[in-house]
Design a protein around this ligand. Structure first.
Ligand SMILES: [Zn+2]
Length: 388
């Protein structure tokens, strides 16, 4: 289990967090904003563990409300040892580490499937609805905590909360029951309602440096060429890089680029079949690996991952067409990029990159995979706009 002192590459965010926690009136509602996979979730978990710990470490640290800790938390930038830490031994820490803490609530849109209401269970979980917020945040927040240290709620993908859901949550954010703390994770705070934002303290998590991501991936036994690719492709997201690398996406990316570069045009029936088959393989593997993942969610994620690889390839085509091949994402296949780029002028390449971004929204609709990928490839050939 990661502690606050273990979080690296986010010194500014942690400095802000630790300083606010050590202030006279520490916030009880937080927004952690930033791209996925840069440490927001890990930080939220570590903060929750510390908040719930019965004996948080005292050295240079304490917790608001503890007599010894009234003024002691302020850590220096980069000085991770000064960050507060959970003891790791008390009943609360042990329960937290085993994932069974009754006062820790990880809230996701997928919780809808555990709702008491059969209608809510049946719904497709595109957003985080009011029913989930009522049943899994507002109601348990009112209950007495199990271990007497309050309750911590971490709301993942908080930007997916509907307007209704956010309005229902306002009162809890404004005046939570004693000991209740809420952490909202989102990509950017602008995606939340102003009323939600104004009730929370904001901590921004920046994308990680590509060199840092690369180094961490190599440390996780990923081959250097692949590590370098993910560090550039994932825009500073370590978590995302690891997830995609472990799912075998690198081999798919290599084959995708080779196949695209080998053909005189992208809109090829066999290539469409290949995209459909790979997306289905990925989706099936995801469902097999985690029973929490529904088939629909897995299909959407697999499609999104394939689209992202393709977008990375065409960003390189655009860079090459613009005469800037120095900063390729797919530097490991520079020759294939050059071959593919030879087919497009600058305008068309820019159009393709822009059009590819629009396919993401289609993944939630019930579009036949073959139709989807055939259309994507027509776009990759002629920059024809989305027509499904
Ligand atoms: Zn503890």
């Amino acid at each position: 289990m990661v502690e606050l002192s273990d979080i690296v590459g986010q010194d500014q965010a942690l400095q802000r967090l630790v300083a606010a926690m050590g202030s006279q009136r520490p916030p009880h509602a937080w927004i952690f904003a930033g791209p996925a996979g840069v440490g927001r979730r890990t930080t939220a978990w570590a903060l929750a563990k510390w908040l719930l710990c019965a004996q948080p470490a005292a050295a240079g640290a304490g917790r608001p409300g503890d007599i010894a800790g009234q003024s002691g938390i302020a850590g220096r930038s980069g000085d991770t040892a000064k960050r507060p830490a959970a003891c790791g031994r008390c009943p609360s820490c042990r329960a937290f580490d085993s994932g069974t803490h009754g006062d820790f609530h990880a809230v996701t849109k997928e919780l809808a499937r555990y709702s008491e209401d059969p209608e809510v269970r049946k719904r497709i979980m595109q957003n985080l609805g009011i029913e989930v917020v009522r049943e899994f945040i507002i109601a348990p927040a009112r209950r007495t905590s199990t271990l007497g240290r309050g309750r911590v709620f971490v709301i993942q993908e908080a930007e997916l909360m509907s307007e209704q859901a956010q309005n229902a949550l306002l009162k809890t954010l404004e005046e939570p029951p004693p000991g209740v703390r809420l952490i909202l994770l989102c990509r950017t705070e602008q995606e939340l309602l102003p009323t939600t934002r104004s009730r929370c303290a904001l901590v921004r998590f920046a994308p990680l440096e590509p060199a840092f991501v690369e180094q961490k991936l190599v440390a996780a036994s990923i081959e250097p060429a692949e590590a370098a690719y993910w560090a550039r492709q994932s825009a500073g997201s370590l978590g995302e890089s690891l997830r995609l690398a472990q799912a075998g996406l690198y081999a798919i990316k290599r084959e995708m680029l080779e196949r695209l570069a080998a053909l005189p045009q992208s809109a090829d029936a066999e290539l469409g079949d290949w995209f459909s088959a790979k997306a289905e393989e990925l989706s099936k593997a995801a469902v097999g690996a985690d029973e929490q993942v529904s088939a629909l969610l897995a299909t959407r994620r697999a499609g999104g991952a394939m689209l992202a690889l393709l977008a990375g390839i065409f960003r390189d085509v655009l860079a090459a067409a613009a005469g800037k091949p120095g900063a390729l994402i797919n530097a490991d296949q520079a020759q294939a990029v050059a071959r593919l780029a030879g087919r497009f002028d600058l305008d068309t390449a820019a159009q393709i990159v822009s059009q590819l971004g629009r396919y993401e929204q289609l993944l939630w609709r019930n579009v036949n995979a073959k139709v989807l990928w055939d259309n994507v490839l027509i776009t990759c050939d002629t920059a024809a706009p989305l027509e499904v």
